[in-house]
Design a protein around this ligand. Structure first.
Ligand SMILES: [Zn+2]
Length: 149
């Protein structure tokens, strides 16, 4: 695997064996699934390629073929574990230190407040302290999702 320094995702990948459940909910040779950090929304997942890629156009064909399967499987698993109405799928990789391609797979609850629907859901990222999902909750969800996946 090739890693890039000063990349959050590559830093995590470099210590794969020591990662907590919330950072490796599921994985194969090409993709790893983690719970998003600093989010107020339990079940907000990120799907990351296991090598440093900063644009979707740089994914190889195998990564491209498996990407769709992962997105749909994760959406099904989130529906089963969170009873969400549907999932949002988005990819930007614009935040400093987070240029590594990552697909947000976000459970959209039927009662999600209107201001957080659509792109507004990103208002539930960047949360810290008591506003953020606790690591224990992320690890519990990781176990449930892992059983399904
Ligand atoms: Zn990276």
């Amino acid at each position: 695997m090739t890693f890039s320094p000063r990349c959050y995702t590559c830093d995590q990948e470099a210590r794969f064996g020591a990662l907590p459940p919330r950072e490796k909910i599921a994985f194969d040779d090409h993709w790893r699934v983690a719970h998003a950090i600093d989010t107020a929304l339990p079940g907000w997942l990120v799907l990351v390629p296991r090598r440093h890629v900063t644009t979707v156009a740089a994914l190889n064909d195998t990564e491209a073929f498996t990407l769709g399967l992962w997105q749909v499987r994760l959406s099904r698993a989130l529906r089963e574990t969170t009873a969400c109405l549907k999932t949002y799928v988005a990819q930007f990789s614009e935040r400093r230190g987070f240029g590594h391609v990552h697909f947000h797979i976000v459970p959209r609850a039927s009662d999600l407040p209107r201001e957080f629907r659509g792109p507004g859901v990103f208002g539930l990222l960047g949360r810290t302290g008591a506003d953020a999902v606790p690591f224990d909750t992320m690890n519990e969800l990781a176990a449930k999702l892992g059983d399904i996946l």
